[in-house]
Design a protein around this ligand. Structure first.
Ligand SMILES: Cc1cc2nc3c(=O)[nH]c(=O)nc-3n(C[C@H](O)[C@H](O)[C@H](O)COP(=O)(O)OP(=O)(O)OC[C@H]3O[C@@H](n4cnc5c(N)ncnc54)[C@H](O)[C@@H]3O)c2cc1C
Length: 236
């Protein structure tokens, strides 16, 4: 997905990129994490775990975000945004107030949920809290064993609990997931019954790459990796 469109392309499609949802509530989960509820006609949206929606964050720029919860009947969807402070997307989201109207695309991407696999392991950072929230009800309903591992900044460590997530472990965001040896010693990789789990890796591209490399050497389960952002790169 390209993150910006030339102005002339934008003008050509202007009508289909007009605001289609309205902000209902904004809640602060931490000083850097906001949960925003939007309302609109979402009846044509096909929500699957792992899909992302593109949000128009300026006249020509678009960014990917994950729907954490949705209610088709009420026309409501919720997204958890990390306000990291460096980009046009997070600055725009930080200005949103009740009643503002914005454009959110149809969801698309790869379904990350395989109902046939008993153990499901989900790794990520602040940008992955949305996919974790969308996974949780499905995992509980279908009787999976599941574990969430998050690497989070100090100010965001309470966020998984506040969002109602379960079976999560929080790690400091200080490079632990760049250390192959340290990753190899994680309890989840030592547990024989987790060898054949599905490993869903999201968030920081570099952490995802290192974790994936270790998993390929140590586990037999399927690895689904999708980096959500890369240091120094605009809009993945
Ligand atoms: C499939 C998918 C689903 C996603 N779901 C979510 C979601 O639900 N919630 C969410 O908050 N994000 C989500 N993201 C990540 C989000 O799209 C990126 O973080 C995006 O770069 C934010 O755009 P921006 O304009 O704020 O920053 P950009 O203009 O894209 O980047 C500007 C600078 O900020 C840095 N940057 C970007 N993201 C981060 C970050 N997370 N932490 C620190 N620095 C960063 C970049 O490296 C760059 O240097 C998702 C991404 C993908 C691909």
């Amino acid at each position: 997905m390209i993150s910006s469109l030339p102005k002339w392309v934008n003008n050509l499609f202007e009508n289909s990129l007009r605001p289609n949802v309205k902000v209902l509530f904004v809640s602060d989960i931490s000083s850097q994490i906001k949960k925003v509820s939007f309302q609109g006609d979402i009846s044509k949206m096909n929500f699957q775990v792992g899909y992302a929606n593109v949000i128009r964050v300026s006249e020509t720029e678009y960014r990917n975000y994950t729907v954490a919860h949705h209610d088709i009947a009420e026309g409501i969807l919720e997204i958890i945004f990390y306000i990291h402070g460096n980009g046009v997307g997070c600055r725009y989201i930080n200005t949103l107030r009740e009643g503002d109207e914005i454009y959110i695309s149809l969801p698309r991407g790869r379904n990350e949920y395989d109902p046939k696999v008993k153990q499901q392991f989900i790794f990520g950072d602040e940008t992955s809290l949305g996919i974790a929230c969308s996974f949780l009800p499905v995992l509980k309903q279908n009787g999976h064993q599941f574990q969430f591992y998050f690497e989070l900044g100090e100010e965001n460590k309470e966020a998984p609990g506040i969002l109602g997530l379960e079976n999560f472990t929080v790690f400091s965001k200080n490079g632990l997931f760049r250390n192959e040896k340290w990753i190899k010693d994680l309890p989840i990789l030592k547990a024989s019954d987790w060898q054949e789990a599905n490993f869903i890796l999201t968030g920081n591209v570099k952490s995802v790459q290192v974790f994936r490399k270790v998993l390929k050497e140590t586990a037999t389960g399927k690895i689904l990796s999708k980096g959500y952002w890369l240091e120094g790169k605009k809009g993945l």
